[in-house]
Design a protein around this ligand. Structure first.
Ligand code: FE2
Length: 187
């Protein structure tokens, strides 16, 4: 365990201060990134229950905090071995920090012009493993997918400008070139 006592409450207070200072999501991401890493490594908030997953979904979504208007949503997300999320965007800024175990993130580019409702073509640009304390930061329209390639359940700390089930975000079916509304099941 870390000897850093940085807590979830400390983090939420910092998020409130940052979001009161600026609406610019790039500026927010820049300020949240080191704090998310700090909280992920401090593990002051982590409980055994955060490792519980939804088998059908392949991962478990544990809400740690959100404001009453669903902004500043913080989750522990756990991933079953072989579990993952399909390519998706967030419709809000996102900062994800590794807590326990590496998770592979793939980054996708949208290549169609977005004019056909429900149609989307995306291509994979890069993939990288993110270990404990490493941070993935994504702007609202960025597309990524996640895969736990290990044989143990992994956990990461996810922070969003707005709870992702309220942003109207999408997932992408790469085979069928579809853009589909994406809502996650919480534990
Ligand atoms: Fe995501």
């Amino acid at each position: 365990m870390s000897d850093d006592d940085y807590s979830l409450d400390d983090y939420v207070n910092d998020l409130r201060e940052i979001s009161a200072q600026t609406q610019d999501h790039r500026a927010i991401i820049g300020k949240v990134r080191p704090l998310a890493r700090r909280l992920a490594l401090a593990k002051t908030w982590l409980k055994d229950a955060h490792y519980e997953c939804n088998a059908e979904q392949g991962f478990g979504v544990h809400l740690l905090h959100e404001e009453t208007d669903h902004t500043l949503a913080v989750f522990a997300v756990s991933w079953l071995p072989g579990g993952g999320a399909p390519p998706h965007n967030h419709g809000t800024w996102a900062v994800v920090a590794g807590v326990d175990g590496p998770e592979e993130n793939s980054f996708w580019d949208r290549v169609d012009d977005g004019t056909r409702e429900g149609h989307a073509e995306i291509v994979k640009r890069a993939a990288k493993d993110f270990a404990e304390g490493e941070v993935v930061a994504l702007e609202p329209d960025h597309i990524h997918s996640v895969l736990n390639k290990t044989d143990a359940t992994t956990v990461s700390l996810h922070t969003y400008g707005l709870h992702v089930n309220y942003t109207g975000r999408s997932r992408y079916d790469v085979e069928k070139n579809l853009e589909i509304p994406y809502v996650v099941v919480e534990q």
